[in-house]
Design a protein around this ligand. Sequence first.
Ligand code: ZN
Ligand code: ZN
Length: 344
Amino acid sequence: MNGIVLDQPNAFRFAADLPAPGDLPVGYARVRTKRVGICGTDWHAIAGRQPFFNYPRILGHELGVEVVAVNDPASKLKPGDKCSVEPYMNCGTCIACRRGKGNCCTTLQCLGVHADGGMREEFILPARKLHKSDKLTLDQLALVETLAIGCHAVARAAVEKGECVLILGAGPIGLSVIPFVQAAGGVPIVADVSDSRLAFCRQQMKVATTIDARNDVVAALMALPNSDGQNGELPTCVIDATGNPGSMMACFDRIAPGGRVVYVGLFVGDVTFNDPNFHRREVTLMGSRNALPGDFTRIIKLIEDGVIDTTPWITHRTSAADFVNILPSWQKPEANVLKAIVEF
Ligand SMILES: [Zn+2]
Ligand SMILES: [Zn+2]
């Protein structure tokens, strides 16, 4: 069986001799990989910067797949169904899982990160992790997991109709937040240090207001009409998608009293903040990790209904056989990769 193995940092191998998946346990489905999206997690793994990562590893957690076989009496799936994959393998019994928070299961394993993923012809997974659509293209199915990160963050924030939401960072995670703020009836304000990223938000993502984060962000926010249409006030919701500690700590200066801050980007280190500043504003601070099954269902429906437009996303594409050769050109900053797709 063909597949792509990351033997060690920056050392991919196209393998034609991978073992085929074995017998299908009850509750499992066998799927054929059709599309694999590449995201920041993969780039970190490729570069050797991903914490808690073991090599060799088969990457691939943003997946559009086709069902080959199902051994699950509880599943309505049948061979030929096209699905998005929820790649978060949770135990179902720990304290988080018992409370419906399988996205932060105590023994969570993400396919393509902690366990082998979808960069191979076929693999098996629990059938309940497959989310079917008869309408989405295979490309769109692979984008569902990308979008799920933003969907979950906006669900955590409980964005209200008409509410201004400051989104810090216009990388792929920040971009995945934007359509869900819009779908909730909120008004996204995007801040980033890159002119081209901000232009992309205005031109491709229908964001009316962007802020150059190299300048004074608080002053820029004060000059804008905010959640109740008034100037001179800060947003009541801030979603940080930078994974940059300076930006994450600055959230406490950029949020209105009584507001919510959601960290969806992450970095490996400590965040500190001034407690009186936090207390005076009675800020609610939330983390957002991965996504829940309901996020996948919701995204598929929003794309099917035409509420979310996926056309701006895919900028690069290759076949599995060409991937290893084309990768170095994609790693250059001037390649401007937003979402690269590998076709199987
Ligand atoms: Zn990803
Ligand atoms: Zn669990």
